[in-house]
Design a protein around this ligand. Structure first.
Ligand code: M6P
Ligand code: ZN
Length: 190
């Protein structure tokens, strides 16, 4: 059997791996339907504005059991209809796989929920590790004025299930209210 060779990667506090892996950029047009205020989304897009919401630099590793995958995520600051810039969010295709997030710079929140109706919000900041247990969907949100950057590490065979969140959304929205983050019920959830 051919073994992989060990290696090291630099993790940049401002986001990114060195050497870089695979870069993915998500703009507003990639996230239609995820922000509650669809009129605000349509207004921006029809005005020709399609802001970069976040980008991911993911290590080029095989997505298979036994591998340990990792990436940095950089969420830019901003709001859409008062809702902070955020990731799409996902369950793991294999629901019993967990993940860890480690804050590198900026400020944000991790929103988590389960299919049986639990919801949890965890503040994230540089130096803090946030644990995503098996079975919890996870979405991260930038609540600060600068890019919010974190490292994520998860199992190679976990997989991403985006469809469930695309259909149902998250139970709560993280909105800017009087300059501070406020969790509100998502009127369109389920
Ligand atoms: C974290 C990890 C990645 C994920 C990324 C962006 O870094 O959970 O697996 O891809 O956030 O989140 P999403 O894929 O939900 O857009
Ligand atoms: Zn994940």
């Amino acid at each position: 059997m051919q073994l992989m060779q060990p290696f090291s990667t630099a993790i940049l506090q401002e986001g990114g791996l060195r050497p870089s892996g695979t870069l993915t950029q998500r703009r507003l047009s990639d996230m239609r339907g995820m922000y509650a205020d669809s009129a605000a989304v349509d207004a921006l897009l029809s005005a020709g504005e399609n802001p970069l919401i976040y980008e991911v630099d993911a290590a080029d590793l095989p997505e298979e059991a036994g591998q340990v995958l990792y990436c940095t995520t950089t969420i830019y600051p901003g709001t859409i209809g008062g809702e902070y810039f955020m990731t799409k969010g996902h369950y793991h295709a294999q629901r019993d796989r967990g993940e860890v997030y480690y804050g590198l710079s900026g400020q944000g929140y991790l929103l988590l929920q389960t299919e049986r109706g639990d919801f949890h919000a965890e503040a994230m900041q540089p130096g803090l590790l946030s644990y995503v247990p098996p079975y919890w969907a996870h979405r991260s949100v930038n609540t600060g004025q600068e890019p919010f950057v974190f490292l994520a590490v998860w199992g190679g065979d976990a997989g991403h299930d985006y469809g469930t969140i695309e259909r149902l959304g998250f139970a709560r929205l993280l909105m800017e209210r009087d300059g501070s983050p406020s969790l509100v019920e998502n009127p369109r959830y389920r």
